[in-house]
Design a protein around this ligand. Sequence first.
Ligand code: NOJ
Ligand code: MG
Length: 546
Amino acid sequence: MSVNEWAWWQKGIVYQIYPMSFQDSDQDGYGDLQGIIDRLDYLQSLNVDALWLSPVYPSPLHDNGYDVADYCGIHPLFGDLETFDRLLEEVHAAGMKLLMDLVPNHTSDEHHWFLESRSSRDNPKRDWYIWHDPGPEGGPPNNWLSHFGGPAWTLDEASGQYYLHQFDTHQPELNYRHPDVLPAMQEVMRFWLDRGVDGFRVDVIYRMVKDELFRDEPANPDWDGIFPFQSLIHCRTQDLAGTQKLVAQFRKVVDEYSDRVMVGEVYLPLDRLVRYYGRDLSGCHLPFNFHLLLCEWKASAVRRLVEEYESLLPPGGWPNWVASNHDRPRSATRVTPRQARVSNMLLLTLRGTPTVYYAEELGHESVDIPADVVRDPISLNLPELANSMGRDQARTPMPWDGTCQAGFTRSAEGPWLPLTPDYETINVAAQQERADSHLNLFRALTRLRRQAPALSVGDYSSLDTPYEEVFAFLRTHPGSDSYLICLNFGPRDLQLDVSCCGARAEIAVSSSMKRRGVVDLSGLDLAGAEGLLLRLCGPVEKPDLQ
Ligand code: NOJ
Ligand code: MG
């Protein structure tokens, strides 16, 4: 199959923008849509193919916009629909796609659907949400927990019933067992698809169906005693029978339009995750694969993960990889700053669509957040876990340059969250100038990925090496150059014999950005924390390598 026959979302790279933190254009300290428009040249220079925006809808922002008060508008903080349309037009003119964040599992408690539902027990929208009488002894109807701490139920005193929320108390859950809810959400999807958006990332798609009998969840015997939500096994609220049918109904709407994509947020073990491709691929085009960011940073563990995932993919199911996002520590913090280059090289050379989180191209680390500026509901509700589980740390403003406020804003009050303290060196302008910067490494990798079919759509196979800290794999595609990727997850310098791939190869990209030229594959030097992307000379016989 020629590379042109692959869909854009298969051969391309997705870049996640956290709009509040990307670029402030009106000097209120918050990033906005005009700010993204102003930075399109930069985004284009990253050779990414699609931009996914975390929510920009009207919202009281109890969960930074994942509490949607109006699915068909834009929060004034970010702009308005007219600015949105302009953004979309300019993104398309720049040859990129735009994905919205769809949050169908819950609304804000300020959404008019919920206001109606809450207004009385016999309101026609009452059962659009999940209401329940108190338990037999009073109190919540069952033991379900909120992800953000405390019970998953809040009492509405006026009507004497509890409503369900797996997240913040301001995020009541919609009831997809009510026949009118799905069509209402499908209309929301059409609203944006008609405007021209190229698809959706769908929030917690695996948690939309709940046990009809509201049975308690069992205790988790493996709980480490840290994150309260994990004290239960979520077999009554996650990945329930009937979820796939619902996912397919969302997908059906996406398929009414041509060339769009549906990405689903699914935190589940691999064997259950791959079911989200759906029967005959009627589910998500890309059920997000978060296992890289959950996996121990060890070559053997990552290799095992890649191979298990590859073996579980359904026929025709296209892989994808995520190394960081707005809910997890940044990868430079997770894998160490030295390994951040290896991590980016891994993400951009594996088989499958990579999703890159903004500022990861700079090797940006998570930022300590003083208690008095915390915004994340997890940190607010569980202050004892703010340092370990807090999410503000990975949501700080993009550092554009070394000037005061890093070129993110000129607001007198400063940005909504603190900048990284090292923004004078970790910033776009400085890294643009330095040939060996993270940013220039990122661009070299994305440029090559775009040019080389073996990297964007080619096959994957791994190699055994005598070193446990090395992960080495091949990417091949008929009629195109083949590539060998050697990643050193450890600190020691090594020499590898990879002559099974030929006598010599040419360094296409080295993580240090300093090595070039032809190398001898029988004695390949690989420094500690180094990654090499090598163009092989001559054909490779894959079966000999395993
Ligand atoms: C998943 C999102 O990624 C997270 O940021 C949000 O808090 C929850 N879903 C609730 O919408
Ligand atoms: Mg602004």
